[in-house]
Ligand binder design. Structure first.
Ligand SMILES: N[C@@H](CCC(=O)N[C@@H](CS)C(=O)NCC(=O)O)C(=O)O
Length: 202
């Protein structure tokens, strides 16, 4: 088994944090996305969309999509449960994970992809759309600050995959100046708490 990784990108970080929380060690191979190694035929044969991370299994098959990889490890190593336990908690974690991915993470990465020099010439950039993404991300962080007034973590009292997605989204906001505002005390408290977990260094 091997994780095809990029140390600089937010999606692979989601998987690395997930693995660290579970205490699972997987051999890692860096894919040089700056040199577009992930866009070469050899990599596209593993994941036709070219994104990292990709998990290479011992039977020679590949699993792409960060959340699919996380779900694989949730099944093989159920404790600690990061997708929730029982019908209600699992549904709540799923709801929050999807909210964090669709409405925050994708906005932060959408801003980066459409405005940052890294993606110039790689994809057709639409800077105006990037600015819309940034505005959306900032307003969702303001909303999240209010949500976190009443609970410790994103989906409730327990740390979950929703926290991992939100942490990776917010930290990846740095290059496009998507930052937590000083008055967002609840979001700041949550960010400090999840950042101080050993897994955040992954
Ligand atoms: N939906 C995929 C997204 C994968 C993705 O876009 N990964 C980025 C890194 S965060 C990537 O490979 N970027 C380089 C590129 O697209 O060329 C997932 O959840 O893993």
């Amino acid at each position: 088994m091997k994780l095809l990784d990029s140390a600089v990108a937010p999606n692979p970080r989601r998987v690395r944090i997930f693995l660290a929380e579970k205490g699972i060690q997987v051999p890692v191979e860096q894919v040089d996305i700056a040199k577009a190694s992930n866009r070469q035929p050899e990599f596209l044969a593993k994941n036709p969309f070219g994104g990292v991370p990709v998990l290479q299994l011992d039977d020679g098959s590949y699993i792409a999509e960060s959340l699919a990889i996380c779900r694989y490890f949730e099944e093989t190593s159920p404790k600690p449960a990061l997708f929730g336990e029982g019908a209600k908690e699992r549904a709540e974690v799923e709801m929050w994970q999807r909210r964090m991915e669709l409405y925050l993470f994708n906005m932060v990465t959408g801003c980066f992809q459409n405005t940052h020099a890294f993606f110039k010439g790689r994809i057709p950039q639409v800077p105006e759309y990037g600015e819309v993404c940034k505005k959306n991300a900032l307003s969702r962080m303001a909303w999240l600050d209010g949500e976190l007034a009443g609970r410790k973590f994103i989906a409730g009292d327990k740390f979950s995959v929703a926290d991992i997605t939100a942490l990776c989204a917010i930290d990846f906001g740095k290059p496009t100046n998507i930052r937590i505002a000083p008055e967002q005390k609840n979001l700041t408290r949550w960010h400090q708490e999840v950042s101080s977990r050993p897994s955040a260094k992954a």
